[in-house]
Design a protein around this ligand. Structure first.
Ligand code: SF4
Length: 339
């Protein structure tokens, strides 16, 4: 950072746009809220509905019960599947337990599931770029376990084996680093020149836009604060992208009170953004925290405009319509609240 001629350095915040809630998270959170409203608590949710500590805690207070497995749901109860998607085996388990299911899988994750099924039906080997153990990867891999090989990083490409190098396609988790994924694809294509691309981008618009915005501001930032939870893939990627593109320092926080004052030592410009599962009120609290320390000058860095919205799962629309009429079945969007 250049030396200031006198006194404290100029202090400012660059605020990324877009940031925070994507259409899939918005839909999933509203699904739980509407289910609580329609059917009353408890409403069971398999896994965290979205990977955000605050959202999960808030919904728990309203009566949502988060469980690890459908087997933890009492027979005949309602269970919501999270935005990350589930494998066909999970749907089968729920049927066997006679659970009422509401599927809040993001439609952009469902799109990847359909691609996996289609390529497996054509007997093509699928190289799924993603992180082992992530719920989305478990769900997608479960669509075609005998055809899918997981590739976690460019370094893993050397070890990848396929049955026929002429019949191979890559797909990916929706929330990866675009740059790292493209490097993995480049190496895969060196090894398998006939490698097919997915029919359309698997890394979703929200992940891409949030990364582009961070790249635009990173080089000007001494510090980038990403609001998000440690189990949120797209939030963790934002910290990595910020540092890779020139930010001197980067940290992930769930809440403003997790910011360490020491991070601000010698800092002139702070970049702020948030992952796709983060309600805007948590960003506002970070901005207030920074304002109280002299970082009240906030400039927006806009990489894209977003207007995508998804309709709610059909069970919720049906029951809202039956109760309140057609208009009530439409999604109401308030990115400042938790939904
Ligand atoms: Fe859907 Fe992308 Fe949001 Fe995931 S991050 S819920 S894939 S829009």
């Amino acid at each position: 950072m250049p030396d200031e001629p006198s006194g404290a350095p100029e202090r400012r915040v660059l605020l990324a746009a877009p940031r925070g809630y994507c259409a899939g998270v918005d839909r999933a959170v509203i699904t739980v809220e509407k289910a609580l409203d329609l059917y009353g608590p408890p409403i069971y949710v398999r896994k965290q509905i979205v990977h955000n500590k605050h959202v999960v805690a808030t919904l728990e207070k309203r009566g949502a019960v988060f469980v690890d497995s459908t087997e933890d749901v009492p027979e005949g109860e309602t269970v919501i599947f999270s935005a990350h998607g589930v494998s066909p085996a999970v749907h089968e388990e729920a049927r066997a337990l006679q659970l009422k299911t509401i599927d809040a899988t993001c439609p952009l994750v469902t799109k990847v599931h359909r691609e996996a099924v289609r390529f497996a039906n054509d007997d093509v080997d699928i190289l799924l770029i993603g992180h082992d153990g992530h719920e989305e990867v478990e769900g997608t891999a479960g669509e075609a376990p005998s055809h899918i090989t997981l590739v976690q990083s460019p370094e893993e490409v050397d070890a990848v084996q396929v049955r026929d190098p002429e019949r191979v396609v890559w797909l990916s988790q929706t929330t990866l680093s675009v740059d790292e994924t493209m490097e993995t694809v480049r190496r895969l294509r060196e090894k398998f020149p006939a490698l097919q691309d997915p029919p359309s981008d698997d890394i979703c618009y929200a992940t891409q836009n949030r990364q582009v915005a961070v790249k635009q501001m990173a080089a000007e930032c001494d510090l980038v604060i990403v609001v998000g939870s440690t189990n949120s893939s797209n939030s963790v990627r934002l910290v990595e992208v910020a540092v890779e593109h020139g930010a001197r320092d980067g940290h992930l926080v769930d809440y403003a009170d997790e910011i360490d004052e020491a991070w601000l030592d010698g800092v002139s410009t702070v970049g702020v953004t948030s992952g796709a599962s983060v309600p805007e009120l948590l960003v506002r609290e970070v901005l207030e925290w920074l304002d109280a320390r002299g970082y009240g000058d906030v400039a927006l860095v806009t990489a894209a405009e977003e207007s995508l919205m998804f309709s709610l799962p059909r069970e919720i629309r049906r029951d809202l319509k039956a109760r309140d009429g057609v208009e009530a079945a439409k999604v109401k969007h308030d990115p400042g609240a938790i939904s």
